[in-house]
Write a protein that binds this ligand. Structure first.
Ligand SMILES: [Zn+2]
Ligand SMILES: [Zn+2]
Length: 452
């Protein structure tokens, strides 16, 4: 065997070194910066501000339930021979005649001067030689021939009132504190009386207010010796200012000392008397005008809380006639207790002669006479409904008055609603009803509104 030459040595093929493929550095993809999407600025939708109903409101009425109250028409301020009325009349006559004519109550008020025990004289015009109506044939009734009842007029009046009263009729005893310098005041329901001619009632009002605000069983410097409690107070009485500005004896004298005396010291407020000094006459005798209105507004502005009365002030025994004004009291019943409550609550209205109206007044659920506390800014609806007492329609208009005597609204109907915005502070509001002829026919007791 032949040996062959060794094959040439081929250098090992080294494969070319391929450098490692570095992938190209792609910079990290940063997503484009989109600015955050701010939605267009829509102002926030605020719902319209409707305050919850309770936010501006008036306090709720909590007095005697309105459905339990009735309207009672009656006569007030009567005189008989117990003072200066007809020499043949006695209080029993005005009580009886009012009842017979269908009225619900009668409140007499003989002049304080003539009701002392033993003072049997009557001072009617026919008994007075200077009056122009003097009638000598009446003298025996005026001065000479007193009946037993006239020797104790105050007690006799109570006996007659009690006899005349029933569940259907209330007879009220009263007297008229008669100061012709300061003014006249009727006091009803009091156990005692006081006499302006002897208690200092021509020198100052203090003596009356002292008596009126004193306990009936407490003896003081004023009052009468012949009262049931001699010199006892009148703290159980309810009283009214009578015929404003009609009795101002000293006003005619051009003396500076007389200034501010008339009209009970120009309606100076006596805080201790306010609660029981409940009324003022809006009509007296046969007047149908509004001549007392400015005085009424003044008294209310000074802080007295007065309801309104229409008074007969009858001196000729023509009691309960169409020619004299009347008063309506809104009470639960004809009991003395319910009537006192009604008068203390100021639930009365005055009617002109010949009108027999039923006036309903409602201020946000409160009856006339009420004190109402409200949030300032609230609206207080005041609704008035007027119709004839027999239920038939009454045609007329309504006028609303407030502080300062300002007339603030009218309604061209005797039925309607005033919407009164409540302002801060104390305000009174009363309604005057007019008849179709444009003259006033009724003054409805105010409401007193406190805006807080
Ligand atoms: Zn009088
Ligand atoms: Zn009188």
């Amino acid at each position: 065997m032949t040996r062959s030459a060794p094959p040439p040595t081929t250098p090992p093929v080294t494969p070319p070194v391929t450098p490692p493929v570095t992938p190209p550095v792609t910079p990290p993809v940063t997503p484009p910066v989109t600015p955050p999407v701010t939605p267009p600025v829509t102002p926030p939708v605020t719902p319209p501000v409707t305050p919850p109903i309770e936010a501006k409101a008036c306090e709720v009425y909590t007095g005697e339930p309105l459905a339990s109250l009735k309207h009672y028409e009656g006569i007030t301020h009567e005189h008989s021979a117990y003072s200066d009325g007809d020499p043949h009349s006695i209080p029993a006559d005005y009580y009886r005649i009012a009842r017979e004519k269908g009225y619900s109550f009668a409140a007499g008020s003989e002049h304080s001067d003539l009701i002392e025990n033993g003072l049997f004289i009557s001072l009617h015009a026919s008994c007075d030689p200077t009056s122009g109506r003097f009638d000598p044939t009446q003298l025996e009734y005026c001065f000479l021939n007193p009946t037993g009842d006239k020797l104790q007029k105050w007690k006799s009046t109570m006996d007659q009132a009690q006899k005349a009263s029933s569940t259907n009729f209330l007879a009220i005893r009263g007297f008229e504190w008669t100061s012709d310098v300061f003014g006249h005041i009727n006091v009803f329901f009091s156990k005692n009386f006081t006499n302006a001619k002897t208690d200092g009632g021509y020198l100052g009002m203090d003596t009356f207010w002292d008596w009126f605000t004193r306990d009936p069983n407490q003896i003081g410097l004023t009052g009468s010796l012949s009262s049931p409690v001699p010199f006892g107070g009148g703290g159980d009485g309810l009283a009214t200012f009578n015929h404003p500005h009609d009795k101002c004896l000293l006003n005619d004298l051009p003396l500076p000392i007389t200034e501010g005396l008339c009209d009970w010291n120009d309606y100076t407020l006596i805080p201790a008397a306010v609660e029981r000094m409940f009324g003022i006459e809006a009509y007296n005798d046969s007047n149908r005008d509004d001549r007392y209105q400015a005085y009424i507004a003044k008294a209310l502005d000074k802080g007295w809380r007065l309801s309104f009365l229409g008074s007969e002030d009858e001196h000729f025994a023509h009691y309960a006639v169409e020619e004299r004004p009347k008063t309506v009291t809104i009470a639960k019943s004809l009991s003395e207790a319910d009537f006192k409550k009604a008068w203390l609550a100021r639930r009365t209205y005055a009617l002109t002669p010949g009108q027999h109206l039923h006036v309903d007044f409602n201020a946000g659920g409160h009856p006339m006479g009420d004190k109402i506390s409200c949030d300032t800014g609230a609206t207080l609806p005041m609704t008035v409904a007027t119709y004839n007492a027999d239920g038939s329609d009454f045609k007329g208009t309504l006028q609303l008055f407030s502080n300062g005597g300002k007339q603030i609204a009218t309604i061209d109907s005797a039925n309607g609603e005033f919407k009164v915005p409540v302002e801060t502070g104390d305000h009174w509001y009363f309604v005057r009803v007019h008849g179709a002829d444009g003259k006033s026919v009724a003054y409805v007791a105010p409401v007193w509104v406190k805006g807080k």
